[in-house]
Design a binder for this molecule. Sequence first.
Ligand SMILES: Nc1nc2c(c(=O)[nH]1)N[C@H]1C(S)=C(S)[C@@H](COP(=O)(O)O)O[C@H]1N2
Ligand SMILES: [Mo]
Length: 457
Amino acid sequence: MPRSPSSPAFWRSPLRGPWFTSVLGVVLLVGITVLFVTGLLSYAAYNPNLSAVNDKTPDKGILGFYLFSWPTRPVWLYRLTQGVHVTLGVGLIPVLLAKLWSVVPKLFALPPARSLAHALERLSLLLLVGGALFEFTTGVLNIQLDYVFPGSFYTLHFYGAWVFMAAFVTHAVLRVPTALRNLRHIRRPSPLSSPEPGRLSSPEPSPRPSPRPGPGPGPASVSPDRAGDRPGAGEPARPEDELVSPDPLPPTVSRRGALGFVGGGSVLLVATTAGHSFDGPLRDTALLAPHGGAEPGSGPGGFQINKTAASRGITATETSEEAWRLVVTGKGGTVRLSRAELQELPLRSAALPIACVEGWSTSDQWWRGVRLRDLAGLVGYEKDAPGVLVESLQRHGAFRVAALRDNQVRDPRSLLALFVNGEDLTPDHGYPARVIVPAAPGVLNTKWVARMTFGDL
Ligand SMILES: Nc1nc2c(c(=O)[nH]1)N[C@H]1C(S)=C(S)[C@@H](COP(=O)(O)O)O[C@H]1N2
Ligand SMILES: [Mo]
């Protein structure tokens, strides 16, 4: 008999069933919620409401309802939230793929809609599956520095996240009760024999197992703790349940084995990614991350570099002592300072990390330079320093301008750094001067600074 994918018998894996789908679903429920929260935090950390230069999504409208002033402590805040966002996102890929595989027969189910409610649910599934694939794909492409989508990553990932989350919440509201019931029910399953209508969907399993028919000796019922272990076990083919194959092939792996395989994949991905948030030997374990592996150099400036001076068109001529001047403007006027003049100002040190939106970060480096609030003091803000617009020598490409909030300028650890780890900044780390702000995303730590305008953002 020819079978089409819309026929349940076309799908023959004995692994598919409510238990398998529910376990993966609950893992994704928790994981994706964490991804969403850390993603929203990352957006807030960019200070998009402060200035148009920071806002990659100017049409966000009410989606910016929750924005708040990103704090400057603890200094590792963004390092943590964004490290979790990226590493967890990578780790959930096998779970997502297994979940999609487990429900793929439903994609082909006919009739396309049995009722209005069913039609709406299927529509939300389209957005859910499409949204999930889109968010995971854009995220991975961005961290692999191989971004190929047309349009800005930030815009697409941000709007995609809201579409995806709307579908995700709808799906969770509709499905979580069933998933939890499946997990509870199947852990203490009813016997498999001749299901009576109504009994199997009741949350309470029947207290006394009845003998199980079928070949071979063995226990009359599925033992509670092993229920997920046997394909088909504990999962009577309810007519409304499209997941269980009516004509399963013999199992080659148990459901728990399959879950172990998926979980093993996740563990492997996390283990080969998480190292990008650490230094030393741990970073060498991040085989899959572009900022894993060895540091780009040794010595004081030998830590991770995002964009090199050469790649941004920064030349030694324009950063030389003769050519380079920092132009600082505020309500009290404008001052122009050479690097030597900056070094005459009170110099302070702060131990702060670089933490990139791509998920990688460095441990604390020792930065030394002039406090941002002292620079504000030079141009008329002796106290209550305002926010600042920072512009780089860099003429093209992203991140040549950034706006910092007043709380960031006022923090005594926020510096216009001239030195790192006891030596002059290297060209790639922003020589002659770069911004470094505690707890902020890397993009706000502008390199090769040329101009700072306080107030009036
Ligand atoms: N002018 C300028 N500053 C910049 C960037 C840039 O491309 N141009 N990249 C930013 C990003 S995304 C990060 S993560 C940090 C990285 O700093 P590092 O290269 O010193 O590690 O610099 C930031 N400052
Ligand atoms: Mo970054």
